[in-house]
Design a protein around this ligand. Sequence first.
Ligand code: NDP
Length: 484
Amino acid sequence: MTDFDYAPALESRSIVTIESEYGHFINGEFVKGANHFPTINPSNEEVLSQISLGGAQDIDRAVASARVAFESTWSKMPGKERGKYLYRIARIMQERSREFAVLESLDNGKPIRESRDIDIPLACAHFFYHAGWADKLEFAGVGSSPRPLGVAGQIIPWNFPLLMLAWKIAPALAAGNTVVLKPAETTSLTALLFAQVCQQAELPAGVVNIVTGDGRTGSALVDHPGIDKIAFTGSTQVGKAIARAIAPTKKKATLELGGKAANIVFDDAPVDECVEGIVNGIFFNQGHVCCAGSRLIVQESIAEEIVSQLKVRMSKIRVGDSLDKNTDLGAINSAEQLSKITALTKSGEDEGAMRWSPECALPKKGFWFAPTVFTGVTQAHRIAQEEIFGPVLSVLTFRTPQEAIEKANNTPYGLSAGVWSEKGSRIHWASQQLKAGVIWANTFNKFDPTSPFGGYKESGWGREGGSHGLTAYLKSAEEGGNNE
Ligand code: NDP
């Protein structure tokens, strides 16, 4: 059979304007920053811009501005009026969606197909959904007169930069809180574009503040005494450090941490759909997904068939430039993440698992990793236990349904899982046994703002999305009146 090559189909980057240097967004204005560091395009290592490293003083100014906005404007404004701002933000983001998608793919390395069709539409959907809640908070489940918490400190990772911003900012604002957000060091650009959207929407000054920087900036935000709530998404290690830091304080927290999801395939599962779901589960967003289906737990009787079909499908994955509309698998976000993936996959080989990747020519510049599957994986292997956060699948097998559940739950994490079977009763049974916050049946990696997302065990505290996520930004009248 002849394979046809795809001609490159590059999305133009002329729609985005990237400044040579950025400051912070505080009190409705861009302010000068200091100690700049470069943000690069991981597809080719081109320096895109210089980002400011926020220090304790910047955090202090941002928190002070958020406090004034909370007390003087935002918490006093009727929900209906707050809702109008959120609708306006959502509509402007929609209008500028191509700009956001191109910028996200440039700064993060993810394929334009995903930023254009998944990240940005979902980010807009979060603002639309929460706009609808703003004047209906009495139905959220915290009593008839719910109150906002105050100023929320929000820290987000690099894997879904704008989407994680939307998960954090939309519910906080709908509930009447003001925010100080710190984007990840390697992916600040769409957060800074979002700051422009806030200006365009004429959002009152100080309601949204964005301070860029690294872990030290995040830590200064966590430690600031003027913060009422921390919302964090990132590694379990940093999540634990945050939990320790806020333990002696009155700060509330939601922590959305790591995962090592099991994708369980029973012998009656439809093979073609299932293979597609496995690919989507682990290779979506280069596997930089906390809820990625990184452990395939497949019934022994069909394991060979599934793995051989999977290899055929993996051979069709196109790896390349994030702005090429044909690209399925983009660049790894940073040199640091690439070396982590490289080290963990080496441990897989050293510990005796069998490694396979399709032949694919990786670009010379930039950070790249071919889609990879390991078979012969045992539960003791590091690649079965640790979050790789890359395009790497570990395959384990089982004989009885009970064994599948035991293997699936044998992890310190508990964020998500998938079950593939034609029998509804089997899916219900398995879902009830699995210790995971989100369980997909005959699909994987589906997200919706109305649906709560979050984990068990070391995968975090609390939920984001839906009314559950909203209540994490509210307290009942009995809990403290109007934030005294
Ligand atoms: P981190 O948890 O370090 O980063 C997440 C966010 O927290 C970033 O904005 C980061 O800043 C900030 N941060 C770092 N240290 C602190 C601190 N002490 N106090 C407050 N904020 C802090 O994740 P990494 O980006 O370093 O990724 C490491 C690993 O974490 C990955 O390999 C992956 O396994 C996992 N991870 C999981 C994610 C998830 O969604 N569950 C998301 C991202 C990573 P900055 O990075 O800008 O320095």
